[in-house]
Ligand binder design. Structure first.
Ligand code: ADP
Ligand code: CIR
Length: 418
């Protein structure tokens, strides 16, 4: 089991839970098809419904039909979805290519035969300063909280939407063995905290809430109806947890939307520091025996949600934009950020309020058919352009920061809609 637990302490697996995922939860397959037809009309922006082709569906065998309906169940049960689907198995993007190629093209604004290439090398990336340093101080900005995360999934398990409770426990235990190796390394150290009842590293609710407040641990997923319909939030909080390095700068989430969300976080000015540290740490994790990440030959790193496919990377800063948020909302900031290819979130992550001092979470929207190096450079370029807009909105002077949180950030839309 690892993470300080001996094999003797390992609990026997609980009886298998009902299969996760809510495919066909709305009734017979014919009922679901009728619902899809209706949503195509009522919610044309629901990408999965728009791209669902009954002729293709009918060409699949019984197992294929069941698998495709599982992928789109979130969009069927949540007609207001932007994307409307999640992959359930590591091979789904390739297995259901006629469906996913269309959905990916529509969301990411790429061609249907687009291929993703991963590349962390900053060499030759357009917009990179001559010294290669993505230094926010050079833009006249103060230190800020910087974070880069990637989504990764293990090849040997179903994706979170199709996992049973036993799968979730087995995956957590497998990761605990890997965390033991990190904990033994001087550069990482740290500890693992589990939300799984009876896990040797179990932490209670107050410790969990404290980790969430520190931006270390993820929020309760069971409240998210998209994730619930997809089966991704099933069995909460079984199999969920979080490894944190001794310096708290390197974090691995276990059991959120992807098997793993691997990230580096630091307060500072040089974006390269979190980017480079993450690349180094990923190489270590990837090199741990028995861990193999799911990769699609054409689409890069496999993630549950097609919006994250390819790099799985979100690179963000918490930046103060008091002038653009002077009305207490993120509306003006979003309007400025959209054409810059930037997403705006609240200070607690997606669907949380912006800070009362005008702090917002800024990240490039693109994840697919873009390299990792281009994403971090896009963040730097975007911040530079956003700063100009922020300065212009305030006539050059920035108001003094306040203390408390303000208005809720609006829900984030897909790049296509933003
Ligand atoms: P994700 O980034 O994995 O898509 P969220 O947007 O929900 O998920 O953010 C997850 C957590 O990471 C939240 O607690 C959020 O406040 C925190 N976070 C994101 N970016 C930063 C940042 N630049 N500095 C500090 N915390 C951050
Ligand atoms: C949807 O389809 O709208 C949800 N499943 C969430 C999609 C990804 N998140 C996002 O665009 N912010």
């Amino acid at each position: 089991m690892g993470c300080g637990a001996s094999k003797e302490e390992e609990k026997p697996a609980a009886p298998a839970a009902a299969p996760a995922g809510g495919a066909s939860a709305g009734g017979s397959d014919e009922d679901v098809l009728a619902k899809i037809r209706a949503i195509k009309e009522s919610h044309p922006d629901n990408i999965a419904m728009a791209c669902f082709d009954e002729e293709y569906y009918n060409s699949l065998d019984a197992e294929g039909k069941k698998g495709l309906l599982m992928c789109v169940n979130s969009g069927v049960e949540n007609a207001d979805s932007g994307m409307g689907c999640y992959a359930m198995q590591p091979a789904d993007y390739d297995r259901f290519k006629p469906f996913f190629a269309k959905a990916l093209a529509k969301y990411h604004k790429v061609s249907e035969d687009a291929k993703h290439v991963n590349n962390w090398s900053l060499d030759g990336v357009e917009g990179l300063p001559e010294d290669g340093q993505l230094d926010l101080a050079a833009l006249g900005l103060p230190e800020m909280s910087m974070r880069v995360r990637v989504g990764r999934n293990l090849k040997e398990f179903p994706l979170p939407g199709a996992m049973t409770a036993d799968d979730r426990k087995a995956m957590e235990n497998k990761m605990c063995e890997a965390f033991d190796q990190l904990i033994a390394m001087e550069e990482y150290g740290g500890s693992y905290s589990s939300l799984t009842p009876d896990h040797p590293n179990f932490v209670d609710d107050s410790v969990y809430q404290d980790l969430v407040a520190q931006h270390i641990m993820f929020k309760d997923m069971s409240a998210d109806s998209y994730l619930a319909s997809a089966g991704i939030a099933s069995d909460w909080p079984v199999g969920r947890g979080c490894y944190v390095s001794a310096d708290k700068g390197f974090i691995i989430w276990v059991g959120e939307e992807d098997h793993l969300r691997i990230m580096c976080m630091a307060k500072g000015s040089v974006l390269n520091s979190v980017f480079d540290r993450l690349k180094g740490a990923l190489d270590i994790v990837n090199g741990i025996e028995g861990l193999e990440f799911a990769v699609s030959p054409d689409y890069g790193f496999v993630t549950s949600c097609p919006t994250n496919l390819g790099t799985g990377m979100r690179a963000s800063v918490h930046m103060q934009c008091p002038n653009l948020t002077a009305d207490g909302t993120d509306a003006a900031c979003k309007a400025v950020c959209k054409p810059l290819g930037l997403s705006v979130r609240g200070t607690g992550g997606e669907h949380t309020p912006i800070g009362a001092d005008g702090t917002v979470d800024i990240s490039p929207s693109a994840r697919f058919v873009i390299t990792e190096a281009e994403i971090i450079t896009a963040l730097y370029k975007g911040i530079s352009l956003l700063k100009a807009e922020e300065d212009a909105a305030g006539g050059g002077a920035a108001p003094a920061p306040a203390e408390e949180e303000a208005a809720p950030a609006e829900e984030e839309a897909a790049p296509a809609e933003e």
